[in-house]
Ligand binder design. Structure first.
Ligand code: PPE
Length: 336
């Protein structure tokens, strides 16, 4: 990840220089993780940079804030414009965008009554989340010894800053053991999700994935993949996933804004399927790239152009994202 190219950060309505984008040490969220955030990707398309499912991300930001009783002092339309401004000001063709709303400086009582709600939007170029090879060849995953927090402890469908301490412990555990990522189980021992991703299993040509009953964040990429798969004629079953399902999987993959669609090739020393990216995962990746890069016009409503004027329908061109589509790829059909 490189912040080097970021010049401007949007803070409370103003474009601020990178160096000036600081918070006070008494900021409530620094002490207690009392904020909510989003992660949105902006892709290069034939019509210029476009944000993928901006609307859904802002919708989730507002419902996360409501879950933690944070009142965001801007409307959804204002934040939509602010996100576009941030990408435009930095002249990014593609990037990752991180809006964050949090209790600022005003006192450290836990009810946060005296704290303002501050809002910032950071954008930077973020390449492949789990490394260059991950999207192509798949990742090695450890089962975290930490359980995913249960939705009776904190709202798992809200993207709250403090909840990521749970993810961070799991990710550190994976890193220290030489794995790429960690998978967390829920309190019953069923699969929940990755530290920052949802999970899909492929079995007999069908997709299986879980839902909020397994304490997961309901990912926007997950939702997009469910729709893409159904449009490809691939059946999707939503139900509890067990470790046994994973062991018997033909293929498995992670979905998330940062990770996009990333195959899982090994879980704690055991290969999944052929131990590389499988054919169903490859079909989903291909459909995903076509959607995010504006090549497949059926999904153009998922793209929000960052340019000030609305643009005509999207045209064919080479996709740009972290899922590189080269004929060398074992995981892409050769026709791509
Ligand atoms: N579960 C968790 C716990 C999660 O953090 C993410 C996103 C998802 C599922 C997938 O959600 P979605 O992006 O809407 O498809 N994780 C974000 C943050 C990762 C980070 O390291 O920071 C992301 O992918 O942007």
């Amino acid at each position: 990840m490189s912040f080097d190219e970021t010049k401007w950060v949007w803070i409370n309505g103003e474009m601020t220089s990178w160096r000036g984008a600081t918070v006070h040490i008494s900021t409530h969220a620094l002490h207690y993780g009392t904020g909510v955030f989003e992660g949105i990707r902006c892709y290069k398309t034939p019509n210029g940079p476009a944000l993928f499912r901006l609307d859904a991300h802002l919708e989730r930001l507002f419902s996360s804030a409501a879950a933690y009783r944070l009142r965001i002092p801007y409307s959804k339309d204002e934040l939509q414009d602010a996100v576009c401004d941030t990408v435009r000001s930095n002249s990014f063709a593609s990037c990752y965008v991180r809006p964050i709303c949090y209790y600022g400086s005003g006192g450290l009582s836990l009810n946060a009554r005296s704290c303002p709600v501050d809002v910032a939007i950071l954008a930077w170029p973020w390449g492949a989340y789990l490394g260059e090879n991950a999207v192509e060849h798949g990742v090695r995953v450890i089962l975290a010894s930490w359980a995913k927090f249960h939705s009776r402890m904190m709202p798992t469908t809200a993207k709250g800053c403090g909840g990521y301490l749970n993810s961070m412990l799991a990710a550190k555990e994976a890193d220290e053991a030489g794995y790429d990522e960690a998978l967390l189980l829920d309190e019953k021992g069923n699969i929940a999700e990755g530290s920052g991703e949802n999970l899909f299993i492929v079995r007999g040509g069908r997709l299986l994935t879980n839902d909020e009953r397994s304490s997961i964040l309901l990912g926007i990429t997950r939702d997009s993949v469910i729709q893409l798969a159904r449009d490809l004629g691939i059946e999707v079953e939503i139900r509890t996933l067990t470790l046994d399902d994973l062991r018997k999987a033909d293929e498995a993959f992670f979905t998330g804004t940062a990770v996009e669609v990333t195959p899982i090739r090994e879980v704690q020393g055991e290969s999944i399927g052929s131990g590389t990216c499988g054919p169903v995962t490859a079909r989903i990746q291909k459909a995903f790239v076509a959607a995010v890069s504006g090549i497949d016009p059926r999904y153009s409503s998922w793209l929000h152009s960052v340019s000030s004027e609305s643009e005509p329908a999207l045209l064919h061109s080479s996709p740009v994202g972290n899922i590189t589509l080269s004929s060398k790829r074992d995981c892409m059909p050769p026709s791509y």
